[in-house]
Design a binder for this molecule. Structure first.
Ligand code: ATP
Ligand code: MG
Length: 305
């Protein structure tokens, strides 16, 4: 049996179809119905590691093909409440993929220079190139999440003219539409967009924040802002629900990942990244005509060199 098909067959066989976690049509997502935990897909930590390694190896292969083909790129967007595990998930999905094929960027509060431009300015500069996997740790979605929860950001921080933001609902409706257009534009130019919402529960977030207080080696991760934002939990959940319903479409779907079990979350996310790459029908480029014709002569000449 050829090596590659053996590996493919050995990919995890799950009762759950990870595609069930995908939202690719507007208006179908209900945060109240989205689970924070599901039946574990692994039997033990060893089994988790084995499944993860297998999938990452295949992602690495497909990225190499995507790079050789140089036609498509893939953008993975990660959004979540604090302590949901974005960093760890991104690390696990990508550890083992050729670092030259991956670009990761974390979007923080915009800088003064960034605030002098429209909100997509900083994003466009960080879009992955053809052949690469780009990862956004937070993204332009902050513009309809944190800004929706704190609309005063529009005037006080983003310095938008008052008359342009007097109707706040209209501002966010415009942003949903701009985001849909931007993602469609990317997809039509060969850059596919897959968006992840790591859906951690309020209780699990509390446990993780307390853990950051309790363990000295995790103290550095503790942020007062995270506790403050937690106070706006319901408002954030509404913002996530609306944003997913407004921006889920076949060209740029959302994946809503149960995030209370970190290992399960990483397996599901990795599987969905792999699924997206598999759907791209990537193929090694064919040898050009001249090479095809002259291959045997060149080989002979090189052997006799
Ligand atoms: P970690 O805490 O794991 O280092 P993080 O992504 O939480 O990662 P922080 O520096 O703690 O990084 O937080 C970044 C903050 O920047 C978040 O509160 C986020 O909401 C905010 N932010 C990101 N983009 C924007 C934006 N466009 N406008 C306003 N706030 C933003
Ligand atoms: Mg933070």
């Amino acid at each position: 049996m050829p090596k590659s098909s053996k590996k493919k067959d050995a990919l995890p066989d799950w009762a759950l179809d990870p595609a069930d976690l995908i939202y690719d049509q507007p208006g179908h997502f209900s945060i109240a119905d989205a689970p924070n935990t599901i039946e574990p897909l692994y039997k033990s930590k060893k089994d988790y590691r084995r499944q993860l390694a297998q999938m990452v190896e295949r992602i690495d292969e497909l990225q190499a093909i995507m790079n050789a083909q140089n036609r498509y790129g893939l953008l993975l967007v990660f959004q979540a409440m604090d302590a949901a595990g974005k960093d760890g998930t991104i690390r696990r999905v990508l550890t083992g993929v050729n670092p030259a094929g991956v670009q990761v960027y974390s979007f923080k509060k915009p800088s003064d220079e960034e605030l002098d431009h429209g909100y997509l300015w900083r994003i466009i500069q960080r879009m992955p190139e053809r052949g690469r996997i780009g990862v956004f740790n937070r993204s332009y979605y902050e513009e309809v999440l944190v800004v929706r929860v704190h609309p005063e950001i529009l005037t006080d921080y983003q310095r938008l003219p008052k008359e342009l933001v007097s109707d706040t609902q209209a501002v966010f409706d415009h942003r949903y539409s701009e985001i849909r257009n931007f993602e469609t534009y990317a997809a039509r130019n060969g850059i596919r967009v897959l968006k992840f919402f790591l859906n951690v529960s309020r209780d699990e977030q509390r446990r993780r924040l307390i853990d950051r207080l309790d363990r000295p080696e995790k103290n550095w991760k503790f942020s007062f802002a995270d506790v403050e934002e937690r106070g706006h939990w319901d408002h954030y959940m509404q913002a996530f629900e609306d944003c997913i319903n407004e921006t889920a479409c076949p060209l740029a779907p959302w994946a809503v990942i149960p995030a209370d079990d970190k290992l399960n979350m990483r397996l599901l996310t990795t599987r969905l990244v792999l699924r997206e790459l598999e759907r791209m029908h990537l193929k090694w480029p064919e040898a050009d005509e001249r090479l095809a014709k002259e291959k045997s002569t060149i080989r002979k000449n090189l052997s006799n060199d």
